[in-house]
Design a protein around this ligand. Structure first.
Ligand code: AMP
Ligand code: MG
Length: 364
């Protein structure tokens, strides 16, 4: 990633107010948002999103080619709508932030090419944003959380525990060895014949079941690291249901509840371990905040138990509201505001990256 010393950089750094347009096309949501940074605080001026769930659900998962084509179809109109909602002209904004990775490369290219075109035609600077950095910085926008904090990033494509130390300084404590936690929810739900995306459906069904009815495995539970693993749990669910066939309604509810409990127990155990690791290895940070972000953080059982864990450790817990937990462009525009306020801009030769770990994000 290249950063550019633009001529007007000092003008930007002197500004008390920065307004950035954000574009997000890394997966199955086309999203455009406008966010301003005023005296250190963020304000969402517009937040538009078109979810492609209906287009992908017949296939039980995201089809990359369909996603790219839909982004092309919706993006331009969403930018117009965001400008209208924010009551701003392009001449009144300061920069264009766009997700350049990680994600489905076809979708990323659609958003990035559009952002480059807009940058060339308006002269506005471009800010390349790592999608995970967007998730990582959202709690500052929604809850005024200050650095440093421990972040549990749980989404359809990622499961990570990180220390968010400052802008551009992220250390990974643990990650998944196989499936992401959102995938575990989605695949489990698909197997049970629930709709896509499966997480919310599985949570609903689990509410009616007995979570202690089946004893499912909890991979890596109690181990001396902060990693996750979910694929063995998914296989155990499939095996269990084969032994129970035909599966009646009550059994299905008990299976959903027991499966969700196994996932949540793993998440809590691994997060607990990460708090211990940080206390032992980075006492200098004296971290007081635990934060969950990503679509799976919409799960009420997960946030309830994370809140308890934080209380036990004399920490505060926070999680962005659901619409800002799942993929959105406000988090991209916000990350753009923070980067721009420090003078971190990008040249037009920045490219889309399917893989881009958060630890490799730089600010220099
Ligand atoms: P994201 O990748 O951040 O857009 O989030 C989408 C993922 O979050 C999908 O895997 C969903 O199944 C999952 N998800 C959304 N809501 C819930 C929920 N209430 N419980 C569990 N998973 C959820
Ligand atoms: Mg998504």
């Amino acid at each position: 990633m290249e950063n550019l010393e633009l001529e007007g950089i000092n003008k930007i750094l002197d500004k008390k107010n920065i307004t950035v347009l954000g574009i997000e096309t890394s997966c199955d949501e086309t999203a455009v948002s406008m966010v301003s940074l005023e005296n250190g605080k963020g304000k969402i001026l517009a937040n538009k999103i078109i979810s492609q769930i209906d287009e992908h659900s017949p296939f039980g998962g995201v089809v990359p080619e369909i996603a790219s084509r839909s982004h092309i179809e919706y993006l331009d109109a969403l930018v117009d709508e965001a400008l209208l909602d924010a009551n701003k002209k392009l001449t009144e904004i300061d920069g264009i932030a766009v997700t350049t990775g990680p994600g489905l490369v076809g979708g990323l290219i659609v958003g990035l090419t559009y952002a480059k075109g807009l940058s060339i035609s308006t002269g506005l600077p471009l800010i390349s944003i790592n999608h995970l950095e967007g998730h990582a910085l959202t709690p500052m926008l929604t809850d005024n959380i200050e650095f440093p904090y421990i972040l549990l990033l749980i989404s359809g494509g990622h499961s990570q525990l990180l220390i968010v130390e400052e802008l551009g300084k992220y250390s990974q404590l643990g990650t998944t060895l196989d499936d992401a936690v959102g995938e575990a929810f989605d695949k489990g739900a698909k197997f049970m014949g629930l709709g896509y995306p499966g997480g919310p459906e599985l949570e609903k069904l689990a509410l009616k079941g007995d979570e202690d009815y089946f004893d499912l495995p909890k991979p890596l539970f109690g181990q001396n690291n902060c990693n996750f693993s979910f694929s063995g749990l998914k296989t155990a669910l499939i095996r269990l249901s084969r032994t129970l066939e035909p599966v009646d309604k009550k059994t299905m509810q008990n299976m959903a509840a027991s499966y969700q409990k196994a996932i949540v127990d793993c998440l809590i155990d691994r997060t607990k371990k990460s708090i211990e690791v940080v206390k032992d290895n980075r006492p200098d940070l004296s971290i007081k905040n635990l934060v969950a972000s990503g679509g799976v953080a919409a799960n009420k059982k997960i946030t309830h138990e994370l809140n308890n864990l934080a209380l036990e450790n004399d920490m505060n817990f926070s999680s962005p509201p659901i619409e800002l937990c799942t993929d959105n462009a406000a988090m991209i525009a916000w990350a753009g505001c923070l980067r721009m306020s420090k003078g971190f801009l990008n040249s037009l030769d920045v490219s889309a990256k399917a893989r881009w770990p958060l630890e490799e994000v730089r600010t220099e």
